[in-house]
Design a protein around this ligand. Sequence first.
Ligand code: AMP
Ligand code: GLY
Length: 427
Amino acid sequence: MKVLLVGGGGREHALAWKMAGSPRLGTLLAAPGNPGIARHARCVPIKDDAIEDLLDLARREGVDLTVVGPELPLSLGLADRFRAAGLPVLGPSASAARIESSKVFAKELMARHGVPTARFAVFRDVGRARAFCREIGAPLVVKADGLAGGKGVIVCQTLAEADRALSACLEERRFGPAGLTVVVEEFLRGEEASLFVLTDGRDAISLGVAQDHKTVYDGDQGPNTGGMGAYAPTPLLPSAAADEVMAAVVRPVLSAMAAEGAPYAGILFVGLMLTDGGPRVIEFNCRFGDPEAQALLPLLDEDCLALFEATASGTGLPARLRWAPAVSVCVVMASAGYPGGHGRGRAIDGVEAAEGLPGVRVFQAGTALREGRLVTAGGRVLGVQATGADLAGAIAAAYAGVDRIRFEGAHYRRDIGRRAQVRVGRG
Ligand code: AMP
Ligand code: GLY
């Protein structure tokens, strides 16, 4: 088969690597790809949001399947355009992608169908929003309705912070139209976990559970990032509990979306808070997680292309997937300044040395080639992944990989996976 992969980050490198292992793969194209993806694919310099250019490419190349990594092209209607042109695609329609691109849509859907989530209300008016904040009390969370580049969720420890967040969205219009409607919701306490689901709109199977590490510094300190590292599986949500989430959250949401005329097909990301009262949905995303995909895909003991093709064409999914009985850890190495502004063009050394270690893979995210040399080109630069027989072994191997790699200003968390170790240790 000829496959087009849309995107160019670490998640897409992991997808490219995994698809390259499929006996079904003939040619892999990637747009725009990156130097890591280029080991498995022919990269074409088309941006992930240039839908018409991507459609031209897929037609011209006679692509059999398009796999979409990021949310932006899906929310812009890539899957609709491709399907209308008779081209199979793994990813939801723009209408179904509202589960990520509109927090109001997602919250109201959950409320209508009794899906456990934080108590909330929706506002366009600052005065009413402030009154609701006083009703629920701080801490609380203010969320811009639309896509805001991962910055639209503001956790407020005090009512004064909540007032500032509401002004930023509704009065200063800091997030543009995406922030003119806000969700205000109660703050949930607990550990977070990311559950992934593969669905053709009818059948749905778990694609595994991982735990991400959102903040930039060790011990969950500092500002939120796209994710600084992940491990899988996580003892925080064992498979029986994940099955319960499939029954209480995923199936009702998928049936509701089908019934409401926006059937969801593709990969669904369920962001959960594991509270004392049970799992609650924090958010849905219409795609795989980054870096969760880099942690999960090396454990998946299946031909992922066969699964993606079956999902895209609706020919039925297996009841369960096979997984390697191992643990996987992915540590993200980031550029100086990330998650704020960051430099680029710093020479990267040691990737091959890291990849020479047993069980270690390096997924490239923000990298580029300059005069034949691998250099930094983004905030999150590399994901150093290792598979081990147990968590301690996987952590040790991933950090042995990290130790081999150098670039100026590199920073990373030193505690990826440690919380699960503490939990397991406590029994
Ligand atoms: P999101 O951009 O929706 O992924 O949210 C970013 C992060 O904000 C989440 O990963 C949580 O850490 C935090 N968050 C969002 N909603 C809540 C909530 N209701 N209670 C506590 N933390 C939250
Ligand atoms: N790692 C979280 C995300 O992909 O949104």
